[in-house]
Design a protein around this ligand. Structure first.
Ligand code: FEO
Length: 392
């Protein structure tokens, strides 16, 4: 696609990656993604904001063909989907200087081997006068690396936020049109990479919100013509209180654990708790991550494999531990053949989760009346805990 104007002398560039289905060899991308770059021309200086994933370098280079000179390249974030094409763009524009945060400079040298002489650190709040257009740099750390920053184009009231507020969506639309679709993708993106940094994000939102913003132009997904859409969604996702929801990732080998999960889900729903149930065999881990954004309780369902937890649910527990959602309660249900220690094993996998462990329910073989009663009891405990916190 050719560059498209956002405002006078502000062009949206970059590449739509319709076919990408996995990010970081971990994160499923059901709707593809984009790597957005932007070109801002002032009377005196021209700035390129970010680059693209190296696999899409040819797209950016074609867009830059008519651009005779670039004075500065803003590098908001060192991860290679935005910085990976810097070496080639710097080669094309040998006088261009890379502008980045203090923490980003050594990282750009380590990750991309850039020439230190061509990198200039900009301070938090520093401005760059392009002639009739002013870029202000805003440090927004930990969205989602330590060096991340955003920039704000004062005259056009555009916030260039890089990963912050981004969404993995491949679309031919330049602006968000289908808000529900983009919010779903943005929530998936938040869940997978932003959620561990909720506390820092709160401060970053306050910082950028202090500016009058007409457009938020992220580096993944379409541009927000209604910034409140994504800012309000982020505020809800980072809020301290979870929802009256339970998430149940589970695996079953011969149907016993599935039967227990079925009983527990029914008992929770009867008691007014919303539930999301994921059979780990084949489940989209992005959906599981999204469900953890709001959930108050996680119950892991596992059969015993060689006396321990099933590796598939151990994976889910490790993922939840890494994403550090605002869960309050956790438990384990499952069945075993002759002996089992899944509870201790799962508890050891989730040290980052500040959860109260609720009594587990384990069945030797197929569950019977005694275990069904215990599952109803677990559902009652969960519902009562949620009620006590006034979760909605
Ligand atoms: Fe889009 Fe953290 O890279």
């Amino acid at each position: 696609m050719k560059p498209r104007p956002l405002r006078d002398n502000v062009l949206a560039m970059g590449a739509v990656d319709w076919d990408r289905r996995l990010f970081d060899s971990l994160i499923p991308l059901p709707d593809g993604t984009s790597y957005n770059a932007y070109l801002v021309r002032g009377r005196d200086k021209t700035v390129l904001i970010d680059t693209v994933e190296p696999t899409m370098l040819h797209v950016l280079m074609e867009q830059l063909e008519p651009v005779a000179a670039i004075d500065y390249i803003v590098s908001h974030h060192v991860e290679q989907d935005h910085s990976g094409s810097l070496p080639q763009v710097m080669q094309k524009y040998p006088k261009a200087i890379v502008l980045c945060s203090e923490k980003a400079k050594p990282m750009l040298i380590d990750h991309l081997g850039l020439d230190a002489e061509r990198i200039r650190i900009v301070k938090d709040g520093e401005t760059l006068d392009l002639g009739g257009k002013t870029l202000e740099f805003i440090y927004t750390p930990w969205v989602h690396w330590p060096e991340t920053m955003s920039s704000y184009l004062r005259e056009d009231r555009i916030l260039f936020s890089c990963d912050f507020f981004g969404s993995h969506v491949a679309t031919s639309e330049i602006y968000v049109r289908d808000e529900a679709l983009v919010l779903e993708a943005a929530k998936r993106y938040y869940a997978e990479i932003m959620m561990p940094f909720r506390a820092t994000i709160k401060g970053n939102i306050a910082k950028v919100e202090a500016k009058p913003i007409d457009l938020i132009a992220p580096s993944h997904g379409p541009v927000y013509g209604r910034p409140a859409l994504i800012i309000d969604a982020y505020k809800e996702w980072i809020s301290d209180l979870p929802r009256n929801e339970a998430v149940i990732p589970y695996v079953t080998m011969h149907g016993s654990t599935a039967k227990m999960v079925e009983r527990l889900v029914g008992a929770l729903v009867e008691r007014g708790v919303r539930v999301q149930q994921f059979n780990r065999a084949g489940a989209d881990i992005g959906k599981l991550a999204m469900s953890l954004v709001d959930a108050a309780t996680v119950v892991i369902g596992t059969p015993a494999v060689h006396v321990g937890a099933h590796p598939q649910v151990a994976y889910a527990a490790m993922l939840a531990n890494a994403l550090r959602p605002k869960l309050k309660f956790a438990s384990v249900v499952g069945s075993y053949g002759w002996a089992a220690k899944p509870v201790e094993q799962i508890a050891a996998l989730i040290p980052n989760l500040k959860v109260e462990l609720l009594p587990p329910v384990l069945a030797k073989g197929y569950p019977r009346a005694e275990e069904f009663k215990a599952l109803d009891g677990l559902a009652e405990t969960i519902a009562a805990k949620h009620r006590a916190l006034n979760l909605t």
